[in-house]
Design a protein around this ligand. Sequence first.
Ligand SMILES: Cc1ncc(COP(=O)(O)O)c(C=O)c1O
Ligand SMILES: N[C@@H](CCCC[NH3+])C(=O)O
Length: 415
Amino acid sequence: MDHFNYRDDLLHAESVPLTEIAERFGTPCYIYSRATLERHWHAFDRAFAEHPHLVCFAVKANSNLAVLDTLARLGSGFDIVSVGELERVLAAGGDPSRVVFSGVGKRADEMRRALEVGIRCFNLESEAELDRLDQVAGELGVIAPVSLRVNPDVDARTHPYISTGLRENKFGIDIRAAEAVYRDAAARPNLRVTGIDCHIGSQLTDLAPFIDALDRVLALADRLAEAGIAIEHLDLGGGLGIRYRDELPPDPAAYAAAIRHRLAGKPYEILIEPGRAIAGNAGVLLTRVEYLKPTEARHFAIVDGAMNDLLRPALYQAEQEIVPVRLDPTLETQRYDLVGPVCETGDFLGKSRQLAIRPDDLLAVRGSGAYGFTMSSNYNSRPRAAEVMVEGDQAHLVRERESVESLFAGERRLP
Ligand SMILES: Cc1ncc(COP(=O)(O)O)c(C=O)c1O
Ligand SMILES: N[C@@H](CCCC[NH3+])C(=O)O
């Protein structure tokens, strides 16, 4: 459920027509609905209401300050993977004591900054990371709270590029070896073991892999308790999928119910790190048709948004719904490949889409609120898109469109 709906055949974000946003801010442009973000965050928070819990939004999904600010005001925690994301959370008013730090390659300076501001927990992914954090915390004279991210060897049954919980993936510590690493962590002078962390992949549409992973994590927690290592929280990661076209993923309530059932009588606080399920359907990419190009093989609609703006179709062959902003029942439909101006054959936003469009028409690529702007680039020296947040009948510019000059502002010609 989101807040992008047609009124009188015109697509609106909450109460603002998308045509008005195109006029004011141009295209391509990301548009977010604040009410949708809030609704999705609350859905997770309510689903776990009976159990001690913290919803930590995965900042990589959408790191715009207005998005983080919206969630911070609800009391959200945040899952970060870099000091850049940490500084964004702080700049947006997020509470560092609700931040967990994930990722396989944390640098010493990133660990130092996170310790200085007092984050909630480090999710460590290797013994070498443990060595480094122990040393950095020792230098600062503080104790670092840690979880180990375990790799449970569970098949998330998602696209191989966004599957993270298989033994062959780079993520986490093999769950079979985890007990020994926990003993090592517990013996370090500058580390305090607080939890177990696990994230098996993204865009999961089935609960079974989550439950499989949870069972393995719970068994590990039992073994650690026997070894005298008390676990306070379980961080179950993110990964709950959304509906892009015809998927039918479980909702947060069903996801939480399955988890809560397994946790009855267990003392652990639950942390979760949803990204896509909060932000994905809270955003669209607005783009304009530049040209229609019929060829013998295909009809192309060349639009002003491209793979540098929205990489998911090119990278994962992801299919996101693409709809006209203005419905015109008098126009004939045609099957189009929607492609951008970038010089790559892989530059497409959608293929074989039945649409009734003309040059200059506006299109909305739905489901673009997560891994949309955050994965965008300047390839082909294209300035990155503007970002707009809608709140009721107000549209706020929350990131200016980049200028061409800014693209090479940090570059130097030879002396
Ligand atoms: C450690 C970690 N937590 C959370 C997420 C968020 O995942 P999603 O957006 O699928 O909920 C990711 C990305 O997959 C991740 O790597
Ligand atoms: N970027 C991916 C998700 C990967 C999440 C990173 N752990 C996507 O768009 O689907």
